[in-house]
Ligand binder design. Structure first.
Ligand SMILES: Cc1ncc(COP(=O)(O)O)c(C=O)c1O
Length: 451
C-alpha cells in the first residue's frame, strides 16, 4: 500500500530492533512508516479518515504519557496537586511560549479549547460594554465564516451587552488574499460609519468551513492603521498546520488548539494575551471562577476545580513525538500541506471540478469541489451525503454546501474538506474518489437520501 508521506519518511532499517520495545520510547532516528502505523494502530481501519481537521489525532506515545499523568494523580492526589500540577502546566506553557515566539510565559494560558478561549475574550468585551468603557452600538467585527460556536458566543456576550456585530462577507471559492483584504476593508468602513468605534476584530487564522488560510498579519496591520482597539485571532487549527509567530502576527489575543494538529489528546488549547508595554497583565478572566480568581489568567486557567488536567501536561511528550519526524513540526506541516494539495488536485481532476482556493491559501486542509450532478442543494443535503459516505463507503469527510449566487447556473454547490496528517495514505483519498465516482456512475443524487 502506498503512502502519501512515503517519500518523506526515512526507513531506518538498522534500527528495526528498537521497535520491539514495549513502551514507545524516543529514539534519535527518524520515525519510520511502520512506527507511524503502530502509533495510530488504534484508528478504525475500516474508515478512510481524511478529516483530521475536526478532532485531530493522538498517537500511542502521547496516550501513554497521558495515562502516566492520570495514574500519578490517582495514586496520590494531594501530592499531585501540591507538587506536580503547577510545575507541569508551567512546563507546558513554557514550551508553547517558545513554540509560538511569545515574549513571556505569562502571555500563555492553557485552556480546554478554542471555544473556551473565545468565551474568555468575548466575556471581557461584554464587561467593557457593561462597565461603560465601550458605548452601546460600538462595533465588533468578525468574518462571515467565523466558527459557529464563536458566532454564538458573540451573540451571548457581545450582542447582549449592547455591541453591534458586523460581519465580513468572504468570497468562496476564493482566488487571492486581495479579495479577502478588500472585503475586510469594506466591512471595516461599514463598521466605522456614523462615527462608531470598532472595539474588537475577531479574525480566523484558518477558517473552519470552508477552510481558507486568512492573511491575518495583513488584516491586523489594517486594524492598527484604522484604529481598531483590539484583535482576537481564532486560530483553532493553527499550531502544526500553519505559521504561528506571536511577534510577527501581532494580535492582542490569539488561540490555537493543540489537539487538532499538534497530536495532543482532547483537549488543550493555548490563549495568548499580549502584555501591554507597561508589563501589566490583561484583565481577562476564566469564566469558571476558582479560588485562583485574580491571580492572572494563566494561573486562573491552571486550576478550574477538580478535573482531569492530563491533556494539558503532555505537551513535552507531544514535542518529543513531533521531533521524531524529519524537520519536527515544521517538517510535518510542510509535508502535510504538499500532500493535501496533491490529493486535492488528484480528486478535482478525477471529478472534473476544482479546488476552493489556490494552494497558497491552504494549510493541511483543502476544499475540493464535488461533481455538480450529485445535486447538493442545501446544508442538510451535504450532511446526509456525508453520513452516507461514512455508512456506505467508510469515508469520513466533512462536506460544505455553497449556495449558487444570483445568476449562477451549473456551479459547484458541494465541496469536501479533506485533511492530511502523518497517518494518512494515498489509498484513503482513492477510496473517497472511487466512492464519489460510483455514486455518479449510479446516477445518484442527494434527493435519493431525503425523506
Ligand atoms: C475556527 C474554529 N474556531 C473554533 C473551533 C472550536 O474548537 P474546539 O471545539 O476545540 O473548541 C473550531 C473547531 O473546529 C474552529 O475551526
Amino acid at each position: 500500500m502506498s503512502s502519501a508521506t512515503d517519500n518523506h519518511i526515512h526507513e531506518n532499517n538498522h534500527h528495526n530492533g528498537s521497535r520491539i520495545a514495549k513502551k514507545p520510547k524516543l529514539s534519535s532516528s527518524v520515525i519510520t512508516a511502520s512506527e507511524i502505523e503502530t502509533e495510530f494502530g488504534h484508528h478504525d481501519t475500516s474508515v478512510a479518515r481524511i478529516n483530521n481537521g475536526s478532532f485531530g489525532c493522538c498517537p500511542a506515545f502521547i496516550i501513554a504519557a497521558q495515562h502516566r499523568w492520570q495514574l500519578r494523580y490517582l495514586r496520590q492526589p494531594d501530592h499531585f496537586y501540591f507538587n506536580d500540577l503547577k510545575t507541569g502546566i508551567l512546563q507546558s506553557r513554557t514550551l508553547i511560549k517558545d513554540l509560538v515566539n511569545a515574549d513571556h510565559v505569562d502571555e500563555i494560558s492553557i485552556v480546554d479549547n478554542a471555544t473556551t478561549a473565545a468565551a474568555i475574550v468575548l466575556q471581557h468585551t461584554a464587561w467593557n460594554f457593561r462597565e461603560g468603557r465601550f458605548q452601546k452600538g460600538d462595533v465588533v467585527l468578525m468574518l462571515h465564516y467565523a466558527y459557529g460556536a464563536v458566532k454564538k458566543s458573540m451573540e451571548a456576550y457581545v450582542t447582549r451587552a449592547g455591541g453591534n456585530v458586523v460581519e465580513v462577507p468572504l468570497p468562496f471559492p476564493v482566488n487571492s488574499n486581495d479579495e479577502i483584504v478588500s472585503e475586510f476593508r469594506k466591512a471595516l468602513e461599514r463598521g466605522k460609519s456614523n462615527g462608531n468605534r470598532v472595539r474588537l476584530a475577531v479574525i480566523d487564522h484558518v477558517t473552519s468551513m470552508p477552510c481558507v488560510v486568512i492573511p491575518v498579519k495583513e488584516l491586523i496591520q489594517i486594524c492598527r492603521e484604522e484604529g481598531v482597539d483590539q484583535v482576537f485571532v481564532d486560530a483553532a487549527h493553527s499550531i502544526g498546520c500553519t505559521d504561528v509567530d506571536m511577534k510577527e502576527i501581532g494580535a492582542d489575543f490569539y488561540t490555537s488548539n493543540l489537539h487538532k494538529w499538534f497530536f495532543c489528546p482532547p483537549s488543550i488549547a493555548f490563549l495568548y494575551t499580549r502584555r501591554n508595554p507597561k508589563g501589566s497583565g490583561s484583565d481577562l478572566h476564566h469564566p469558571v471562577v476558582s479560588h485562583e480568581y485574580g491571580n492572572g489568567l494563566a494561573v486562573e486557567s491552571a486550576w478550574i476545580g477538580t478535573r482531569d488536567y492530563s491533556a494539558q501536561l503532555v505537551v513535552p511528550a507531544a514535542m518529543e513525538f513531533v521531533n521524531r519526524f524529519e524537520g519536527g513540526i515544521e517538517g510535518i506541516k510542510k509535508r502535510n500541506h504538499e500532500a493535501v494539495v496533491e490529493m486535492g488536485e488528484m480528486l478535482a481532476k478525477a471529478w472534473g471540478t476544482r479546488l476552493g482556493s489556490p494552494a497558497h491559501m491552504c494549510a493541511s486542509m483543502v476544499m475540493v469541489g464535488l461533481p455538480v450532478c450529485l445535486g447538493i442543494g442545501s446544508d442538510s443535503d451535504a450532511l446526509e451525503l456525508r453520513t452516507h459516505l461514512r455508512d456506505a463507503f467508510g469515508v469520513e469527510v466533512p462536506l460544505y454546501y455553497r449556495p449558487p449566487r444570483e445568476g449562477e447556473v451549473g456551479v459547484i454547490t458541494g465541496y469536501a474538506r479533506i485533511s492530511h496528517q502523518v497517518y494518512n495514505k494515498v489509498d484513503d483519498y482513492y477510496k473517497f474518489r472511487d466512492a464519489i465516482n460510483q455514486l455518479v456512475q449510479n446516477g445518484f443524487t442527494c434527493a435519493d437520501l431525503s425523506g
